[in-house]
Design a binder for this molecule. Structure first.
Ligand code: NAP
Length: 266
């Protein structure tokens, strides 16, 4: 018996085998879920198809999450094929490189709108379409980062998108609770992926992370996948509106400089 036997999971945001969405997909498939995958654009198809085949998934749909008609189409096809959704995963983010790094005050209006539309509003757009397909209740999970809570170097516009996603998680949890739909977000520690490569200071962040995080280890997509499995399953059936940190404990720290770094200044 798998934890997700009989459940259908629709997962947005798979780009390649390094994507957090792939770690989540594998964990769900191993737990018995039926998987439906959505990817951003045609050029990703050749990377996503072999991954889908690896887990025996034959539902793959292209969808730009800023396009309402494209979202309608994906949800309609899922309904036609499976009749329901039990789990929805939002693992999508994008910002112009110009709005990552540099000065926060230089974020452009257009860049702000685009980053927030793709990385945050899309969760509302997906939840609205998922609700009628979750008639037996469900679990909605998104991915956030600590930069939405505290200032981290270079995240700039993406920090605003993540803060937005985090408060949206709470409002959606309140809104969808009566339909027994739970909404949670996972705050993952830094992982080397395509999206992360767009953050100018990301390499420095990675180098620093395991030296100071309480558990002293980097985060993997498997770690995030396992946490998502818990949030997707009935094991977490009374948990909603939460920001769950999967970050080696980094978020509990007040001081993140190492003793060596501090002593080097003396
Ligand atoms: P990733 O593999 O690059 O995944 C990001 C996905 O978002 C890609 O599939 C990307 O497609 C997709 N996307 C971008 N614009 C889109 C659009 N308009 N429509 C549909 N999809 C679109 O990187 P990842 O690190 O796994 O990111 C997944 C999530 O985890 C993001 O929300 C990210 O902020 C979050 N997160 C990442 C880290 C980290 O350190 N990696 C830490 C905490 C949270 P394209 O490749 O075509 O752009």
């Amino acid at each position: 018996m798998g934890l997700l036997d009989g459940k259908v999971a629709l997962i947005f945001g798979i780009a390649n085998n390094r994507s957090i969405a792939w770690g989540i997909t594998k964990a769900f498939a191993d737990a018995g879920a039926t998987i439906a995958l959505s990817y951003a654009m045609e050029s990703l198809e050749r990377r996503v198809r072999p991954l889908a085949e690896e887990i025996g998934c034959d539902f793959m749909e292209e969808c730009d999450v800023t396009d309402d008609a494209a979202l309608d189409d994906v949800f309609k096809k899922v309904e036609e094929r499976f009749g329901k959704i039990d789990i929805l995963v939002h693992s999508v983010a994008f910002a112009n490189r110009d709005d990552l790094g540099g000065r926060f005050v230089d974020i452009s209006r257009d860049g702000f709108k685009m980053a927030l539309d793709i990385s945050a509003y899309s969760l509302i757009a997906m939840a609205k379409r998922a609700e009628p397909l979750m008639s037996d209740g469900g679990s909605i999970i998104s991915l956030t980062y600590y930069a939405g809570e505290k200032v981290m170097p270079d995240y700039n516009v993406m920090a605003v998108a993540k803060a937005s996603l985090q408060i949206m998680t709470k409002y959606l949890a309140k809104d969808l609770g009566p339909s027994k739909i739970r909404v949670n977000t996972i705050s993952a520690g830094p992982i080397k992926t395509l999206a992360a490569a767009g953050i100018p200071g990301f390499k420095d962040l990675l180098r620093h992370f395991d030296h100071v995080a309480p558990l002293g280890e980097m985060i993997t997509i498997e770690d995030v996948g396992n946490a998502a499995l818990f949030l997707a399953s009935d094991l977490s059936k009374m948990i909603t509106g939460e920001i769950m940190h999967v970050d080696s404990g980094y978020n509990v720290l007040g001081l993140t400089a190492t003793r060596e770094e501090i002593q080097a200044r003396e």
